[in-house]
Design a protein around this ligand. Sequence first.
Ligand code: BGC
Length: 807
Amino acid sequence: MQFGHFDDEAREYVIETPHTPYPWINYLGSQEFFGLVSHTGGGYCFYRDAKLRRLTRYRYNNIPVDDGGRYFSINDGGDVWSPSYRPYKTELDFFETRHGMGYTRITGERGGVRASVLLFVPVGINAEVHQVTLTNTSDAAKQFSLFSFLEFNLWNAEDDQTNYQRNLSIGEVEVVDGAIYHKTEYRERRNHYAVYGVNAPVAGFDTDRDTYLGFGNGFHEAAVPHAGKAGNSVASGWYPIASHQLDVALEPGESKQFTFVLGYLENDADDKWESPGVIKKDGARELLARFADNASTDAEFAKLNEYWDNLLGSYTVESGDNELNRMVNIWNQYQCMVTYNMSRSASFFETGMGRGMGFRDSSQDLLGFVHLVPERARERIIDIASTQFEDGSAYHQYQPLTKRGNHTLGSGFNDDPLWLILGVAAYVKETGDFAILDEMVPFDNDESKAATLMEHLRRSFNHPLEKAGPHGLPLIGRADWNDCLNLNCFSTEPGESFQTTGNKTGGVAESVLIAGMFCAIGPEYAALARRRGDEAEAQRAEKAIEDMRAAVANHGWDGEWFRRAYDYYGNVVGGAENEDGQIWIEPQGYCVMGGVGLEDGKAVKALDSVRERLNTPHGIVLLNPAYTEYHVELGEVTSYPPGYKENAGIFCHNNPWVIIAETMVGRAEYAWEYYKQITPAYREEISEVHRLEPYVYAQMIAGKDASRHGEAKNSWLTGTASWNFVAVSQYLLGVRPDYDGLIVDPCIGAEVGEYTVTRQVRGATYKVTVTATGTKGARLTVDGKEIEGNTVPYAPAGSVVEVVASV
Ligand code: BGC
């Protein structure tokens, strides 16, 4: 069952009903100012940091779900409704929400009035624009009132929800010329404020929530829109909001447009007052003036579309498979941008208050983003590396606003260091910018402890070697990629963090996954060292990688698959001898990617075990059999009910590791099948089962042990986006940048038939035509000449290179 359809031409997903199984959302903004908006108008926005600079309020865990957002209400002769359906839930004659690239257009029609709200964040402007188009579709003249509404957050989203004894007294606003200024805490330690204005004379306004809603009312009972008359209220403490009233008259067939702008502004700390107690508003006035006429709004919207045209041009595929085309060309890349911007902070499953940017998460997000805006990837790499410690370990998370590591979580996640190497390697391959390796980068954000980025990578590489256990495998620390495999924590108290509790010392818990990662990612470090002329270091690294492969083969192999770990006591985790959790997905993918067992059949055997034990029609589950009891020595993974999250859920992030591994052993059909299973566009027809957005990946799909098998959770912010983009673009379609050239090595299901990938890299364009045969090992013709191997040498910027791959 579907609730909408893809409009590929417009690069939109069109939701045709308010009644989707869950709020289906979109993101606005691409650089500093961001918003989340659901198809029924719910959501919020913030400047850079969802916790520390939240502009508008949103209530998670609300009843009804997703109530609260930017609402436009119409009172047409006493009939009150909203084009977004919510909050009134008044039935509409027409409803449609189009989520596009950085914008959402919500349209509703009732009683002869069509109202369309276009929400977007203009490129390079710290504001959200709400362009409202009202059309009289009836054959009589219409007069009605339009009310805008949003609720301010008192900046720090966490404090806003907890510190009522203070917060209910501090709310302050100013209203000047119909523009509403939010200035809570501006008098003392803040020099930023928000403004919400509109490019038309207002008939009234409100800034006090109790006046607008009426005390005790829900959004759907809002007093002002029902009365058809604004209260001109000025908030003093309690709950500041912003609402404008516009009186509108429309002849039959006539349309009018209004542009509302919600902006974030900063003043110099020592020059922030216009007069005592009055905010200096030059910035806001300038901002509103930019959107004074609707044509300027249209021009800004056109710029946004151009921005996305350019971004999405660097990798495109044309094939006979529409789902593949739309995922690769549009939605997967779009999601990569969003995850890059948000890390795991703000979604409809992440409150924006809990987590900042993850060291491992952001390093992996780079993989799917680096081709979009390499300069921003460069900056991010430096930010991430600056939170590394001198011993190669790293803060697990940092706050985007301060760029400082989070002390509450600290470090000790022993996979973290390796991901940095992977992100940097992807950046260098994409850009050829080896100079980044010479950048001086601080440790622990302390400039006095700076070293070259290459030195950071050396310490990353050495970290698993220096922290190795009795089998020569890396010690796991608090957890590895699987945050819920906590072999040293032994948490028994409700409410304490599974990861940061205890962390007993003296144990020997080792991770086969980190070992596999070392074998797969380590060669990138060796390659970088060699290209910098440090042959001795390259050879040292290669020797360490060989030793690690041997350690995995000797101690990480269980007979039919790779083991997962050794616990605190040295017992096997993920082996036939275990009752539950006998086989885990992560080491099967990563050890094969790391080249373990490619020659002696272990790799294929491990992947056969995945197929037999872990695969389902909805994706590959994380482990099997699911744990049914809590094991204190294994940690959080065993705390989840069977089939959910890390306990045998389909944790989509690691499915592409198996996809890539399958391409490494040449099994194109399996790789292709695994790709389609979890890719949302192929699941659109079962939206009533999947429940979340059919245009973006979810972190998890309930596994075979769950009663809700096939149901997705945690959409949008997941490393699944970047890893699936890597899997499909680089390994299935088979076009990936390397240090000296573009590798063309397709391995995709025969049903895809003939396709062309257009890839722009380092200023040149490569047109790669392939006929899929379900096998690997294509021979290449470059501009009409056959070449040896599968690397197309980089051509000078501006060239167009024709590549034909045939088996
Ligand atoms: C975290 C990742 C982690 C994954 C698996 C996600 O929620 O953001 O860092 O690798 O879960 O546990």
